[in-house]
Design a protein around this ligand. Sequence first.
Ligand code: FAD
Length: 406
Amino acid sequence: MQRGVVIIGAGHGGSQIGFSLRQEGYDGPIHLVSDEPDLPYHKPPLSKAYLKDVSQDVQILRAEKAYVDARIELALGRKVEAIDRQAQAIRFAEGGKLRYDRLVIATGATNRKLTLTGHDLEGLHSIRTRADAAHLRAAMNTANDIAVIGGGFIGLEAAATFALLGKSVTVIELAPSILGRAVSPVVAAHVDAEYRKLGIRVLTATGIDRLEGEAGKVRAVLLADGTAVPADLVLVGIGATANDALARDAGLTCDNGIVVDATLASTDPTIFAIGDVANFPHAQAGRRVRLESVQNASDQAKHVAKTIMGKIEDYRETPWFWSDQGPMKLQMAGLSFEADRHVRTGAPDDPAFSVYHYAGDRLLAVDSVNRPGEHMVARRLIAAGISPSAADLAEGPERLKNLIGR
Ligand SMILES: Cc1cc2nc3c(=O)[nH]c(=O)nc-3n(C[C@H](O)[C@H](O)[C@H](O)COP(=O)(O)OP(=O)(O)OC[C@H]3O[C@@H](n4cnc5c(N)ncnc54)[C@H](O)[C@@H]3O)c2cc1C
């Protein structure tokens, strides 16, 4: 009897693959398993629109009827405890098994936790799920002084919202700059300056000694230099680690995520990994990467659906990512690890600009601020392997569109 495809994790990647399998003509059983009780929903708004507006509910990815129509069997609120590769089955935490012909692991990532003294005080938050965001949204009403630990995308998005709601906000980042190596230094400096204009205190190259509390509730963040930053709410945004424990326990090779080949198959050819949990060889970057973005999860889902249907190719999609930072829309295309040259477009004081990253003459990546049209062109340039010269960039987007044949 056909056991079908079992998908662990019903986030952006997991829910996409069910529908992509049907589009590719797969007719067997599909089981989509999630430990969250909710219908699969969009994660990005949790640190954006959902936080800003108490009347906002989570935005579901698709209505329940869509799963019924596509014959995708939803198993919500059910945690998978183990994978039995011998029996080709998954085991649920509350008991029971489900057998598979192909297994797709799309378990995402978990936010890193603080280990400093005071990490267990009341008033500490992080955002990963609807439940986290709901908890934070309720707590932020009564908070006055908010400390955001970590100057990454999610923490900074929330920091802008807190500031716009009139809270006193301090961002504390250990590295010399916010947004680390995720964007070019020019973009990071621009965001930093804009955030200071919003009244956010941005402390970079700043270590934390401990969190101080009163009656079990956080009261301040004590910095390494002894300064106390008052805080009745602390948002921790210090990155995430891949949810690869199930795979590791099942004997699959894992190293900062589940190690997959260029087709996204794990070291067991019946098991695939996609999205935040997958560590894959990136053709353009020439190295292994683990990416945390909606595009990566969705495109990898579409790719594995094709692989399962026998259309076997290497995964080669151009990565892209967006982040809404207060009044700024940041959009990144490509990966800039190997870049040795950077060209900025736009007038020096223009709040809308892009930074083009090159290795020699080869375009690797483009970071855009408030330039959605240019971002779309950049994605197409990178995908087509076209590297505009400095003169092309100076001529502007029309010239770039001509390079890719519009
Ligand atoms: C607050 C926030 C804001 C973001 N903003 C952006 C943005 O602006 N742009 C962007 O591109 N990306 C953004 N991201 C990242 C993006 O949401 C992720 O990269 C994407 O969701 C990854 O998809 P995934 O399918 O790999 O994992 P997820 O969507 O995280 O889904 C994984 C699911 O698996 C479930 N699961 C894990 N273990 C088990 C188990 N043992 N049994 C059953 N279920 C399990 C999890 O509970 C979860 O529901 C944001 C993420 C967060 C948290």
